[in-house]
Design a protein around this ligand. Structure first.
Ligand SMILES: [Zn+2]
Length: 138
């Protein structure tokens, strides 16, 4: 398990707005939603949504968030401990799941699987799957 502090955004935000929040806060996932429906949305899914022209992060894939006070002892991906206006304190089930979220997002990803490609340029090939790399332009 790993403790994380993730920025909070509204489900009404655009993927681009949420991605800018990741850059500003140096994290690779946001917490969105409200009590009973908290979600962790990762940078690679935001990239995919931006690339596909999606408008709202409420449409995106996510990891559900279990609440520590009411659902302790349950199996979970992310468990929410404390929430303020801008920061959520959560635990990830494993370091493998949470560790990569403690750094800022990459600017470039492959179009096939949204593998992050730090340091790559547009039209490079993904080192993992060989598909084309696209870099965000904002
Ligand atoms: Zn790839």
């Amino acid at each position: 398990m790993l403790r994380l502090d993730l920025p909070i955004v509204s489900l009404e935000q655009t993927p681009t707005e949420a991605f800018k929040t990741l850059r500003r806060t140096g994290r690779s996932a946001v917490l969105a939603g409200s009590a009973g429906d908290f979600r962790v949305i990762r940078a690679d899914d935001l990239f995919r949504a931006i690339h596909q022209g999606r408008r709202r992060i409420s449409e995106l894939p996510y990891h559900p968030v279990t609440h520590a006070e009411t659902e302790a002892g349950q199996d979970f991906y992310f468990m929410l401990h404390e929430i303020s206006a801008s920061v959520a304190h959560v635990t990830s089930r494993s370091e493998r799941l949470g560790g990569p979220l403690l750094a800022g997002p990459a600017d470039c990803y492959c179009v096939q699987y949204a593998h992050p490609a730090p340091g790559a340029k547009d039209d490079d090939k993904c080192r993992i799957c060989g598909s084309k790399i696209v870099c965000l332009r904002f």
